[in-house]
Design a protein around this ligand. Structure first.
Ligand SMILES: *Cc1c(COP(=O)(O)O)cnc(C)c1O
Length: 393
């Protein structure tokens, strides 16, 4: 039966077949280190098929049924050719950089990316003779920055912390004219609200830790590529780095994927309500949320995305960073902590040194980042309101 609906495809992707006439809905957790073979001929066959690029496991590190089901579902989600699993979102980023760049290579990176990427640059890539150059996707002319040794364009949209929306089709088009692959960190959309591979990018990166797993109980990353040629390059690095994840974590991410669309729809409803409410508050200077009509990225967001996540940031008027910290401390329903993408609400004061990396915003006011969870939005508003009144009057 052919299935066209996006929800249906995601819900059934990687589902186990009824080999013995009956079976569970979900793929079982298949844990192993050793894979046993019936004969040397079977073993050789597996090795040859793997060497030819087929997705078959000859050892536990390659991941068995649970891993494969998750990879299949991720390919369905992102419209990809092949998916690779990594033990964290950051390791997925590093896998792409190390897999696609070598000594003497240059990469152009949008300057508002997830900040720890810059630490990978300083502590690892520079030692390997790889040069990253950060550019402003809004102000700089990407074509003019491309050099003969430029081997990758790396983007994130919307960006971390301030959700700068990039013109992905335009940027990917420029890269394609120079035969340079484009990688996009797609964590914000969970892969559901945006498919960068359909907009001209070649690699999509997910911190599955966030919306895909969705319950704040898994660390995981994924790299989804659009072609066999890129799959081969990523596979080589994936193997060399010995990257793998546990079958239990693969299971949890797959379980999270099944409810990704409904969770994200509710995150969007709640976050939109809170973003609109924040705009009416005298203590708030500016709200960053691409689904707001007056957000600078709204038109691009509306063109390329099918929804918005639960991340909302805002600047506080007449407040220093101490007041911002006191505001976050005064919140009761919003937990204070890094990461996001679980069902629960979180708040954090954005580090000023990270904000300074973003060329699109030059403000000095403290920025609070909220992850709006699945609680009743009215309760969250009451919580924000009491914190404003306790700390900033
Ligand atoms: C959290 C995050 C990562 C890193 O994921 P981890 O699993 O925490 O290592 C990468 N990119 C973005 C945009 C993120 O928000």
């Amino acid at each position: 039966m052919s299935v066209d609906g996006k929800h249906t495809r995601l819900l059934h992707a990687g589902a186990p077949s009824l080999r013995d006439g009956a079976g569970p809905v979900n793929v079982p957790v298949v844990r192993t280190s050793t894979v046993r073979f019936a004969s040397n001929a079977e073993l050789d066959d597996r090795h040859h098929r793997r060497a030819a690029g087929e997705r078959v496991a000859s050892y536990g590190r390659h991941g068995l049924d649970t891993h494969q089901a998750l990879e299949d579902a991720l390919c369905t989600l992102e419209g990809g050719h092949r998916a690779f699993l990594a033990p964290s979102g950051l390791s997925a980023i590093t896998l792409v950089l190390v897999g696609l760049l070598g000594p003497g290579d240059h990469a152009l990176v949008s300057d508002s990316v997830y900040s720890p990427l810059r630490r990978v640059d300083k502590t690892l890539l520079q030692r390997l003779g790889i040069t990253l150059q950060y550019f402003s996707p809004g102000r700089d002319d990407l074509a003019a920055l491309i050099q003969p040794q430029t081997k990758l364009v790396y983007l994130e949209s919307p960006s971390s912390l301030l959700y700068e929306v990039l013109d992905l089709p335009r940027l990917a088009g420029i890269a394609r004219e120079h035969d340079i692959p484009v990688a996009v960190d797609n964590t914000w959309s969970g892969g559901w609200f945006l498919q960068p591979l359909t907009l001209g990018a070649n690699v999509s990166i997910q911190a599955s830790t966030k919306y895909i797993a969705g319950h704040s109980d898994v660390m995981q990353g994924a790299v989804i590529v659009d072609s066999a040629a890129l799959a081969e390059r990523i596979a080589t690095a994936h193997e060399a780095l010995g990257l793998t994840i546990g079958a239990d974590d693969a299971y949890l991410a797959l379980r999270g994927l099944r409810t990704l669309p409904v969770r994200l729809a509710q995150h969007q409803r709640n976050a939109t309500e809170i973003a609109k409410w924040l705009q009416t508050q005298p203590q708030v200077e500016r709200v960053f949320y691409p689904a707001l009509p007056d957000d600078p990225g709204h038109a691009l967001w509306q063109r390329d995305f099918s929804g918005a996540s639960g991340l909302v940031s805002f600047t506080l008027r007449h407040a220093d960073s101490k007041a911002a910290a006191a505001f976050v401390d005064a919140l009761r329903l919003f937990a204070l902590g890094a990461s996001w993408g679980g069902y629960e609400s979180l708040a954090l004061v954005a580090a000023p040194e990270r904000l300074r990396e973003h060329s699109a915003w030059q403000g000095n006011e403290p920025v609070v980042r909220l992850h709006v969870g699945l609680e009743d939005p009215q309760d969250l508003i009451v919580d924000l309101d009491q914190a404003f009144h306790r700390v900033i009057v």
